[in-house]
Every structure is written in structure tokens, then in C-alpha cells.
Design a binder for this molecule. Structure first.
Ligand SMILES: [Zn+2]
Length: 231
């Protein structure tokens, strides 16, 4: 398991840098995306409605990871005077609670992921890189109002042991052992979604799917694939 982050001041800047790279990669539009990272018993999350080019480390919002999904400022541990967290803080918190093996949550509305999510399709075993999302398909979370506890519950359930999911009529969310790994998975998920969409148009019946045995072999072979890219 990756060691949890503990250096908050540097981590706040890394969080902002990751947001900016997400935009540079064309994975996010405006302030739609949001990123969080575990820092000890706290979750650091991007504030609501602040463009990434104007974001400073002081604007990053700390929220306690313990507790339920009631209002973030209802807990005495949360300092006053901080900006409001991303409206999607509930599913970020719920995912970090449910997945102690993961340190970061990256969410955005990448166009091709969102196109599949609009038609409520998950991504089947159409490419071996599906394995980097921890299973033989990339699941789809049911639709619920953005920011709601219902959405948080649906995303956690759909994600299960996977490392990424689409969100019906919304976008995509991925998990990372680090912020770098989270951003890498979102970039790969968008490429996968684009390829899958093209393959649906390229041949009647869509892509040839890999068998269970072929995906089992890919899952074994892929192992810690990607961990090597971020030492
Ligand atoms: Zn969203």
C-alpha cells in the first residue's frame, strides 16, 4: 500500500498542480472537476467554484475524514473562515472512507466518458487497459443529483473494488494510490471511452470483447502497472 500523504503545505500545492495538469490535458472544462487527497485523518479538497489558475494553497479546504455526510461545517474540527469545499465533497469523502488503499480521488466530466455515461453504458472488456481499473469492466454509477448523499452512496457501491467508474448523466471518477496515479487513470479512462465509442461506430455489433480468461491474464500481468511511472 502507498504511504498516505502527511506533508500538508506541499500537498496543497501538489493538489493545485494536479488540477492544472487535468485542464492542460483537456480532461476538464471550467470548474466542473474536483480533486481530493487523503492527508492523515483529513481530506484536502478543491474549493467550490474557484478557477484553477486563481487557486492558492490557502484556498484548499480541509475536511475531517471521520464521520458522516452531513454538512461539512457541522463538525467542530473544521476551522472557520475556510472556503466552501467542492459541492461533490460527499462522494470524495465516502470513497476515501471506503477505500483505505487509495489516497486520491479525481473527478471530472471528460467528453467521451460523459458521452457513454449519458447513454448509461459501462465500458466492457474491450481493451486490456480496462484492467488498470481493477476489474473486467469499468462500472457505471446510477444517476443522482450532484452533491447529494444519494450520489455518494451510488458511486461507492458502483466503484466497489474498482479504481474508476462512469457516473450516469454526469461524468467519471477515478481513484489513485497517489495524485499522479489518479490523474493517469483519468487520462487512460478518457482514452478508453473514446476508443470504445469509435469501435461502436466502426463495426456493427461494436468491438470484439476479450474473454474472461484473457482479462484474467491481463489483470495478473498488469499487476502494479503504472506504479513504476510514479516512483
Ligand atoms: Zn461533476
Amino acid at each position: 500500500m502507498t504511504t498516505p500523504y502527511s506533508d500538508a503545505p506541499a500537498l496543497r500545492q501538489t493538489l493545485i498542480d494536479t488540477c492544472r495538469r487535468m485542464n492542460d490535458l483537456g480532461l476538464n472544462q471550467g470548474t466542473a472537476g474536483n480533486i481530493s487527497v487523503r492527508c492523515g485523518e483529513t481530506m484536502l479538497i478543491t474549493p467550490s467554484g474557484v478557477p484553477y489558475d486563481r487557486m492558492t494553497p490557502q484556498m484548499i479546504v480541509p475536511l475531517p475524514l471521520a464521520g458522516g455526510l452531513d454538512h461539512p461545517f457541522a463538525t467542530p474540527e473544521t476551522p472557520s473562515g475556510v472556503l466552501a469545499p467542492s459541492s461533490e465533497w460527499r462522494f470524495h469523502k465516502a470513497l476515501l472512507q471506503a477505500r483505505p488503499d487509495m489516497q486520491a480521488v479525481v473527478h471530472a466530466h471528460p467528453v467521451h466518458c460523459t458521452a457513454l455515461a449519458m447513454t448509461r453504458q459501462e465500458i466492457p472488456a474491450c481493451h486490456y487497459m480496462v484492467a488498470i481499473f481493477g476489474g473486467k469492466h469499468v462500472p457505471l454509477a446510477p444517476y443522482a443529483l450532484f452533491g447529494s448523499a444519494e450520489l455518494a452512496s451510488g458511486v461507492v457501491t458502483a466503484m466497489g473494488p474498482h479504481h474508476g467508474c462512469l457516473m450516469a448523466n454526469h461524468g467519471a471518477t477515478v481513484l489513485g494510490e497517489t495524485l499522479d496515479k489518479g490523474l493517469w487513470r483519468l487520462e487512460e479512462l478518457e482514452a478508453l471511452a473514446r476508443g470504445y465509442l469509435l469501435s461502436l461506430q466502426a463495426a456493427e455489433g461494436g468491438p470484439h470483447l476479450l474473454s474472461d480468461a484473457e482479462m484474467d491474464a491481463a489483470l495478473v500481468a498488469i499487476g502494479n502497472y503504472g506504479l513504476k511511472t510514479t516512483a
